[in-house]
Design a protein around this ligand. Structure first.
Ligand code: COA
Length: 153
């Protein structure tokens, strides 16, 4: 049987109850409720991924004067490894480009090799690191700052 096709729609503040469980299941250090809820408003561009009608992932980004920062992207673990994260990232790039984004930025844990491989394969490159930015004590990890500075078709 073929895989259900992903669907996308804008993510609204009223969708909070749909995305909070995904945030908690997907991330090593999930955002708080307050942090998630602070990311809605005019400068934000947020999207929801649905598979067979079920919320499966989302992204949160902002867009200011042509620069877009991807602040959060995640796919529920039940749906990972099926090409949906790439589809969601491409949806983010296309949606932000349609709203006049010309440069894209993000930040990722140095140990998150899967996400870094995904970003590199979609045109992002490292431009800077913040040492020991994530975690505490011996579990500290660098933040890798990545950008995509060219336009695409
Ligand atoms: C990062 C994330 C969004 C990727 O979503 P996904 O649906 O699992 O990814 P896909 O199946 O579309 O895979 C896309 C690419 O990611 C990379 N990737 C994904 N999982 C990987 C893994 N376990 N190991 C290595 N590379 C991996 C590969 O490059 C893969 O491309 P390929 O299949 O052509 O090799 C998802 O794993 C996730 O939500 N992780 C937790 C939250 C997180 O880390 N978000 C990013 C924070 S910056």
């Amino acid at each position: 049987m073929s895989q259900p096709q992903p669907e996308f729609r804008p993510l609204l503040e009223s969708d909070f109850a749909l995305i909070y469980p995904i945030e908690q299941a997907a991330h090593q250090e999930p955002w708080s409720q307050a942090n998630l809820l602070s990311c809605f408003g005019p400068r934000y561009l947020n999207g929801l991924l649905l598979v067979a009608g079920r919320p499966a992932g989302f992204y949160i980004s902002d867009l200011v004067a042509g620069d877009s920062s991807l602040m959060n992207i995640c796919v529920h673990p039940d749906f990972q490894g099926k090409g949906l994260g790439r589809a969601l990232l491409r949806e983010y790039l296309a949606s932000s480009k349609a709203k006049k984004a010309e440069a894209w930025f993000l930040e990722v844990r140095a140990g998150n090799k899967g996400a870094i491989a995904l970003y590199e394969s979609e045109g992002f490159a490292e431009y800077c690191r913040r040492a020991d930015y994530y975690g505490t004590g011996p579990d500290r990890e660098d933040a890798v700052l990545m950008s995509r500075l060219f336009d695409f078709g």
